[in-house]
Write a protein that binds this ligand. Structure first.
Ligand code: FES
Length: 168
């Protein structure tokens, strides 16, 4: 119960989680689906949200955490407003995804270990084959696909994106 109070104190919008739990009948067998929905809402799985789910579903928080860390679809870290995914599957790698990745990381002062900017604007990740190898190297920014990227082409894309962001 102490964990539950902590989650509530941290002011997460738990009403949304209640709604999701109701939708899935609080059934333990629906845990993955519940976590997927929670992640859809927060864009990641906040620790307090996982604790809340555990308490409400009568599962130990360690088990929920175990499931969340086992599946790569779940992220335990908050993501930036713009999620930049750079494909590093074989086709993209061979056609130069790494220089694109390095250019993007450099621009935002990010690295393999630090993937999100402090202002939560951008997260940069590599992903495996996106199934669009004919367009390699491929970059996806919040579901929009950018084909045949080069460091220069990426610079133009990011300049445009940041300009739009600044203009609000
Ligand atoms: S390897 Fe990048 S889309 Fe297939």
């Amino acid at each position: 119960m102490e964990q539950l109070e902590k989650a509530q104190k941290n002011k997460l919008d738990l009403s949304k989680i209640d709604e999701i739990l109701r939708q899935y009948d609080y059934k333990k067998s629906n845990l993955i689906a519940v976590l997927q929905k929670v992640q859809e809402f927060y864009k990641y799985l906040p620790e307090d949200a996982m604790t809340y789910v555990a308490v409400k579903m009568n599962i130990s928080p360690a088990s929920v955490y175990g499931v969340a860390t086992f599946y790569s679809q779940f992220s335990l870290d908050p993501k930036g407003k713009y999620e930049i995914k750079i494909c590093d599957g074989t086709a993209c790698h061979v056609r130069g995804s790494m220089p694109v990745l390095n250019a993007v990381r450099k621009r935002f002062n990010l690295s393999e270990r630090k993937i999100t900017t402090d202002n939560m604007l951008v997260t940069v990740e590599t992903v495996s084959c996106l199934g669009a190898c004919g367009l390699a190297p491929v970059v996806v920014i919040n579901d929009k696909v950018y084909p045949q990227m080069t460091p220069d082409a990426m610079k133009i894309v990011l300049d445009t994106l940041l300009k739009e962001e600044n203009e609000g």
